[in-house]
Design a protein around this ligand. Structure first.
Ligand code: RAT
Ligand code: ZN
Length: 419
């Protein structure tokens, strides 16, 4: 594993803390990557790096091409436009742009030549198997959690057919359409043999949804269930979403001992013309999460919130409810400024009982930069915290620091799942 050290501080053991943080293997608890058995669904390479939706959104700050015209272009032409706008016409200093460079640089490629055809040529010579090993090694990953949706028409057939699993990939059962688009989802369940048709008694419908969840939990060996939620999510409320949560999802999670992961704060399709890049964010009323944690103490909840302004409240909630595990700096919060602030908040309020980061990578190669960048910030925060302990006469030993970092990088999450 390649080690890139964070800034050296004056603290005598800073180097040691940095080394531990930069080299401890990480369990990446939420990504959009796939087991290689899913073939083209596992994205990787320079063109996919460039057309990442974070970069699409940024490039449209400069591009004057019509949205539809952009989407009609082949991937390589879209990548050409993004490369020109974000890397050639302007310096690539945003976090997502810098990430592409960190990744290429870590792979040993010469970014200063600004030679996109040469980069493409290099990637054309890679095979996915070797490349997966290389990316996991450079990122220091031991396990990757996928986002697995039975409602995805490309993904579902692969699960249905069956395949030999790569044991470095774990599954998370993603259920947004079930909870957020019931009128469109119910007919699908009916088509798949679940009796949720109009006129079915409500209890029978919830039982059938549980049967659906149980079938998919088993099929994919799901380790948690996950949903992203709009900022106006409420619980309790008189609507089908909350009924499905209370009467099907939570009983299912209790029965199988699985956490329910909530990701509140996303406003989908704020600008639909940007497609996947068109989502925004908003402040969530976390009373809903409080009600869930308090009302269902036998359930385990995980949460990450998109609004900066919700982060402090989320930490306070986690102090009150041990059935809540908070994780990651999600999407628009995955920038060094906020990772630093949010990690400090969490450490100062929760100690080590949380998971500071997940990558949310959609393109395999991104794990390299997402983890290198986050590790540097986390190292900086920890150096400061251990040196504050030293000022109080408490010297954390190497073994203790290693234990702590292991917890932050997946250990605390796995203990929570197993509790
Ligand atoms: O962070 C992202 O890439 C977003 O597009 C979302 O996928 C988000 O992570 C989610 O899981 O909904
Ligand atoms: Zn995600």
């Amino acid at each position: 594993m390649k080690t890139i050290l964070a800034e050296t501080s004056r603290v005598p053991f800073a180097k040691e803390v940095e080394n531990i943080v930069m080299t401890t293997p990480v369990i990446d608890i939420h990504t959009h990557l796939y087991d290689p058995a899913f073939k083209q669904l596992l994205l990787w390479g320079i063109d996919d790096l460039l057309v990442y939706h974070y970069l699409v959104a940024e490039s449209f700050r400069y591009l004057d091409i019509a949205y539809e015209k952009f989407w009609s272009l082949p991937k390589t032409s879209q990548a050409d436009l993004i490369w020109q706008a974000l890397f050639i016409d302007h310096s690539p200093i945003s976090e997502a742009c810098r990430g592409v460079l960190t990744t290429l640089h870590a792979l040993g490629l010469d970014v200063k030549r600004r030679d996109l055809p040469a980069l493409r040529q290099w990637f054309a010579g890679q095979t996915v198997e070797n490349y997966l090993d290389r990316c996991m090694d450079l990122a220091g990953l031991s396990k990757i959690y996928m986002t697995n949706s039975p409602f995805d028409d490309l993904e579902r057939p692969v699960w249905e057919k069956g395949f030999k699993r790569d044991d470095r990939f774990a599954a998370g059962l993603r259920i947004d359409p079930l909870l957020l688009a019931w009128p469109e989802t119910a007919p699908l369940l009916v088509r798949w043999g679940y009796h949720v048709e109009a006129g079915t008694p409500p209890q029978k419908t919830f039982d059938e949804v549980r049967r659906f969840l149980a079938d998919w939990t088993r099929k994919i060996n799901a380790q948690y269930l996950m949903v992203s939620l709009p900022p106006d999510f409420e619980f309790p409320a008189r609507n089908i979403t909350t009924q499905l949560i209370e009467k099907a999802l939570l009983p299912h999670c209790r029965e199988h001992g699985l956490p329910f992961a909530l990701m509140p704060g996303v406003k989908r399709a704020v600008n639909p013309q940007l497609r996947l890049a068109g989502d925004g964010q908003g402040l969530t009323n976390l009373q809903a999460l409080q009600n869930l944690c308090a009302g269902f103490p036998e359930n385990k909840f995980m949460a990450t919130v998109l609004a900066r302004e919700n982060q402090h409240e989320l930490c306070v909630l986690a102090r009150k409810f041990r059935n809540l595990h908070i994780f990651g700096c999600w999407w628009f919060t995955n920038i060094p400024l906020l990772i630093d602030e949010i990690t400090r908040l969490r450490v100062e309020l929760l100690g080590l009982s949380f998971t500071p980061q997940h990558s949310d990578a959609r393109v395999l190669d991104q794990v390299i930069y997402k983890w290198q960048h986050s590790r540097r910030v986390i190292a900086r925060v920890l150096v400061e915290k251990y040196s504050e302990l030293a000022q109080a006469g408490w010297h954390a030993s190497t073994v203790e620091i290693e234990r702590d970092v292991k917890d932050l990088f997946g250990g605390a999450f796995e203990s929570f799942c197993q509790s």
